[in-house]
Ligand binder design. Structure first.
Ligand code: PMP
Ligand code: GLU
Length: 394
């Protein structure tokens, strides 16, 4: 029996596979430290949990409108207005089972077979596969450390073809942590508007920025770019709610209606209880975000300093999110603990086996020669993991 050619072309998510492997090793009592999947290590704040418990006790346990409750959509509109200066109506919002699901809805809503989507590398592992799922063609726009892993408006212009339908923008970025300034975004917006291409703006890490810089949503830079932007966000990272599965989009009402229709057949509504919890997350006290950000800042600084002190390794200082892209080109070709390491995949496989450290190879992010650490784990784990990698390379 011939199975779906399209689905056969989809590779598994390397971040989730490495995390699953790490968790399995832990369960088997193996000595391993995990830096794989990026999820905040702190618990979901109590007032959010309380809202979910209240929802259960009140019997808020049935289907909701497929694209989300009006209450949550209103809370999202308020958040977008207050935080990002963006005015949307509840009918412009679609709530989904995590931002990952939101992104799949976006590509389903905007792509026709053969449409190209520009994805700057290093990119989050899921973007190219999502585009393929929606019959689009992912086109990599390579960036390097020399430009801080950021693309310029000129590079974007050169990458556009008659088939280009959209560009994915992820600021702050997973996996590089890089943040685009307002001026850089204005340059990108003018190219997008001049060429009539959509901007899929994944802003899931907006609250996790260290230092003085501000997050700017590209949609806030004018009516023309707002009409072309689909803002993607969610509560997973900001409120340590990865397991609750609530993400959302803000777009024109036309695109929102298409996504709502697709979702109504593919998934119905996101979990009613999680939607009630998300209202509490967005409208309730925000101090947990600050506490988390302060903890991540200390961990980032420690990790960056340690990595740059190990011969053969280096990294830039990420401005946001909770990942560090470590350049391992200086150790490639070397024999490490009885094995010659020629690629980031071999580095990660050997680091897991011989040093008990779970890291994600850059290959899945379109960045060979790099390895991703997540610092959304305790300082104790971070110290332990770096000690192990230092000893591994000695
Ligand atoms: N975008 C980026 C860049 C991410 O790193 C993640 C993390 N999984 C997501 C979207 C999706 O987040 P979630 O589905 O948990 O809301
Ligand atoms: N976004 C996180 C990561 O990149 C979680 C895993 C995933 O969804 O890919 O590690």
């Amino acid at each position: 029996m011939k199975l779906s050619q399209k689905s056969l072309s989809i590779s598994p998510s390397p971040t989730l596979s490495i995390d699953a492997k790490y968790k399995e090793m832990l369960t088997n009592g193996e000595d391993v430290v995990g830096f794989g999947a990026g999820e905040p290590d702190c618990d979901t704040p109590d007032h959010i949990k309380a809202a979910a418990i209240e929802a259960i006790n009140k019997g808020f346990t049935k289907y909701t409108p497929a694209s989300g409750t009006l209450e949550l959509k209103k809370a999202i509109c308020k958040k977008l207005q207050d935080d990002n200066g963006l005015t949307y109506k509840p009918s412009d919002i679609v709530v989904s089972n995590g931002a990952k699901h939101s992104l799949v809805n976006v590509f389903c809503a905007i792509l026709n077979p053969g449409d190209e989507v520009i994805i700057p590398s290093p990119f989050w592992v899921s973007y190219p596969e999502m585009v393929k799922l929606a019959d689009g063609v992912p086109v990599t726009l390579e960036t390097t450390e020399s430009t801080g892993f950021k693309f310029t408006a000129a590079q974007l212009k050169a990458a556009i073809t008659p088939k280009t339908k959209a560009i994915v923008l992820n600021s702050p970025s997973n996996p590089t942590g890089m943040l685009y300034s307002k001026q850089e975004l204005a340059g990108i917006a003018s190219i997008a508007v001049a060429n009539g291409i959509f901007v899929v703006s994944d802003e899931i890490y907006e609250k996790l920025i260290y230092g003085g810089e501000q997050h700017v949503s590209i949609a806030s830079l004018g009516d023309d770019i707002k009409a072309l932007t689909i803002v993607v966000n969610g509560v997973s990272k900001s409120y340590s709610m990865t397991g609750w599965r609530i993400g959302y989009t803000a777009s024109t009402g036309e695109i929102a209606a298409i996504m709502g229709n697709v979702q109504s057949h593919a998934a119905s509504n996101p979990c009613s209880i999680s939607q009630a919890a998300a209202v509490a997350a967005l409208l309730g006290p925000q101090d947990s975000v600050k506490i988390m950000r302060e903890a991540f800042l200390k961990r980032r600084d420690y990790m960056v300093k340690r990595i740059n002190s190990i011969p053969g390794l280096s990294c830039l200082t990420p401005q946001g999110a909770f990942y560090v892209m470590m350049n391992i080109k200086g150790v490639l070709g070397r024999e490490i603990k009885g094995k010659v390491i020629n690629s980031c995949d071999e580095f990660c496989a050997h680091a897991l086996e011989a040093a008990g450290v779970a890291l994600v190879p850059g290959s899945g992010f379109g960045a060979n020669g790099y390895v991703r650490w997540s610092y959304a784990t305790s300082m104790e784990n971070i110290k332990n993991g770096l000690d192990r990698i230092e000893a591994f390379l000695k």
